[in-house]
Design a protein around this ligand. Sequence first.
Ligand SMILES: Cc1cc2nc3c(=O)[nH]c(=O)nc-3n(C[C@H](O)[C@H](O)[C@H](O)COP(=O)(O)O)c2cc1C
Length: 323
Amino acid sequence: MFVLSLRGSPRAKGNTSVLLSAFLDEVKSLGGRVSTLDVTQMNVMPCRGCGVCERKGFCPQDDDMQAAYPLLRKADLVVLATPIYFYGPTAQLKAFIDRSQALWSRKYALDLEDPGRKWRKGFLLAVGATKGKNLFDGTSLTAKYYFDAIGASFEGTLGYRQLEKVGDMAAHPTALVDAREKAKELSASFLNRKKVLFVCRENACRSQMAAAFARKMAGDRFEVESAGSAPAEKVNPMMETVMAEKGIDMAYLKPSAISDLPDGWHPNGVVSMGCEEACPSFPGAVTEDWDLPDPAKESLDFMRNVRDQVEKRVGHFISESGE
Ligand SMILES: Cc1cc2nc3c(=O)[nH]c(=O)nc-3n(C[C@H](O)[C@H](O)[C@H](O)COP(=O)(O)O)c2cc1C
């Protein structure tokens, strides 16, 4: 399980950070992987409303947001954490949220679906100083539409009032326990998944397609990774084209090596397809080899054919895996 948190408070030791740490500590203790983006330290320009993402599916602004999109795509759970500033999130976090319009565009303007969309979850942690009855309403609404844009179901808000000074959160009677409980609840469905690794030579076509189909079909039952024995520099654009024909969005993927797998990530099953003598072996993992040709230097039709074979085999693999 991979949890991405977006920390929106400029106070590194403030109330938001303390609340978020309790949540993430629980995730880690359950065996989840965690990555936090301190949004206040990132160079993220506000959205210019230029419309490029709606036509091309990418934001042309070259800043730290470009490294954030792939993380959002990898995450099982995304946590927004922010103090309330004028009944909304902080400006830094709002800029980050607005720049996710690029992901909204891929779904709603280009009609492409992120394979993780069905299973990804989103949650909001928020803190404010006043008693305001509607204190979290604006930010919760923003979160709701943000999570839809990035392909996540909005699972709700934990909001705490009357906390102002650094140190107030640590003294709260229930907040940190609540955050831990919520982390446990949101993690539960992700923790019991079988881990499966798809491997080919370059991790540019076959294993990427297999991972995407597996995530889309059964991301609730499988934690999926892919890798290559000799990773290419980028994924194959023809592969992206033929997957887009199926409505599947393969943006923001980069080929990776087996050594790039998360620390301690040990698959229950490994499916290899053409990595030959360099196929990895994982003690105890069930392995199988799919005889699929390398489509890298072939025609678009060849790529389509391999895509269809991969889809069929993944479907079979999932139904054979039962449960
Ligand atoms: C610019 C600014 C605007 C704020 N606006 C609100 C507000 O509208 N309502 C509120 O209850 N608290 C407001 N606060 C107070 C913070 O939400 C509160 O101090 C919170 O605990 C800060 O969290 P942090 O320690 O994580 O930074 C504001 C604080 C600042 C600096």
